[in-house]
Design a protein around this ligand. Sequence first.
Ligand code: ZN
Ligand code: MN
Length: 262
Amino acid sequence: MPNSVFMEDLDAFTYRRQLAEGNGVVLIPAGSIEQHGPHMPLNVDVLLSRAMSGSLAEAIGALVAAPIVYGYKSQQRSGGGNHLHGTTSLDAATIIAISKNLTLELARQGVRKIAFVNGHYENYQFLYEGVDLALRELRLGGVEDMKVVLLSYWDFIDEATIAELYPNGFPGWDVEHGGVLETSLMLHLHPGKVDVDRIADLPPARLPNYDVLPVRPELTPDSGCLSSAADATADKGEILLKRATAGMAAALETEFLGLDQR
Ligand code: ZN
Ligand code: MN
């Protein structure tokens, strides 16, 4: 009998039993296929949202559904931009449809506690919209007890951790694309997928505080990274995973398990 928090590792009978006998919380990782500089693969956001979900599931006794692999279009000011080759994205309407569909599909199986664990900056508002539409439809159908939490894992890295891990100044989560956060987590979780020799040590990208369409490609650094990963280490990745997991666990225990952590 496989012992895993990941739905896709389980046979249907074990999955059903764990769902029925556990606390009933199901996590849905949301990633993207997006360039992450010369030193990391295209599926970093999938790998990290899935690993965060796995760690969180073990902490609170939840299950992890198969991840949403593609994401909303990479933005120049947060992911380098959708014009870069390899970055392969979905329209907003598709992301909304996927999050609505998955919420309804899990509801059909009796799940009433879902958390989307987002790992791609641009996904968030469209996941939210899909959940909102699903809950409206469920209420019209008489289902009143569905609760969904949406979160992005980096929002659970507290100020003290930021000060500790970014002694030379924190560039901001939006430009933490292929930078210290993601590269450190990858070095901790998937060291074989990081080519440290190809890390581009450049100052944070200087992007305007507005968007232009069509994009002006010259605004994105050649590396595709928006901040340097030169200071990334596996030890930082371990700390980031631990702190984010603890923060997310406290939030979900408050929302789903009635344990007020504040
Ligand atoms: Zn990323
Ligand atoms: Mn991303």
